[in-house]
Design a protein around this ligand. Sequence first.
Ligand code: FPP
Ligand code: MG
Length: 347
Amino acid sequence: MSAMPVDQVSMRRGRELLARARLDVEPGLRAWADRLPPRVRPLAGYHLGWLDEHGRARAAAAGKAVRPALAFSCARAVGGPPWHAVGAAVAVELVHAFSLVHDDVIDRDETRRHRPTVWKAFGIPAAVLTGDALLALAGRVLADASGPRSARQVALLADAVIELVEGEAADVAFETRTDVTLVDYLAMAGGKTAALMGCACALGALAAGADEARADHLAAFGRHLGLAFQIVDDLLGIYGDPAVTGKPVAADLAARKKTYPVLAALASDTPAGRELASLYAADTPIAGDRLAQATRWVTEADGRALAERAAERERTLAFAALAAADPDPDAAGDLTALAHVLVHREA
Ligand code: FPP
Ligand code: MG
């Protein structure tokens, strides 16, 4: 019998960790979401996946549980039991949920995880209020999880939310800017995506009794991984299979988003890069044949390859930060597998 290639073993371990984190976070998530008042509770349950539009129970919870998985594994990385990080895991997943519900309103995106978005199903006012409730609930959960350095954890979560908002605001500003650089992009994604992933790692570690220095190294691990994750998300927004991603084909190009592959293509000083620049500057809709052409230009101008390389670079930096945290070897293997699956995911 031939052994499975290392990558496949790592991918499987990473997927199993995500599935496990989903199971471990869900009871707490449900118990807390059930405490919400009746006008927002069904919408929270809808977004989190266990209710349908009519408030009826449905089978599957939604989302990959990336941030809870980071919190649990970082608790183990510092020698603690993962269940010490349940409150942290629930809190970061609730912040993530809040941010997606509001982001879909901001972007007017109509589908997420193969279903109508909350605003599409229930209207914008109800979606905004549901996001607000999820955010407040996250703080409430953490305030309740009395563990080591709990005040520090509440402060870190609040700081991450503020960074998230600043990153989202920068992303919105990108829509009307014509001078966005890759440096601007890294600052934006550092707030929009990396801050909460770094926070998930730090909170998991602190909940398990880590000192500040170790928690800082793990936060840096999560941030670099978050940047890699966002760049991969950008690649999926152009090249992802709609049947797998749950979003329309090349949706980010149709929306003229200034994502990593696009910015790299625009900066490439190639004929394809210039064609893409004039298409982005025009006000004709990017759809149908034009969308397929735009996708080819990004590839020809090396946007795809440069983005893949940037994601690899961030993953390497993440591993350096992980090593500096002097992690428990088995948990380090888990975090390495998670990094692998996040960078090579298809949705
Ligand atoms: C997908 O996560 C989410 C991201 C790549 C982060 C995007 C960040 C925002 C939309 C920031 C919004 C901020 C505000 C303040 C509105 P995922 O693939 O883990 O999603 P999943 O839970 O569906 O798996
Ligand atoms: Mg968006």
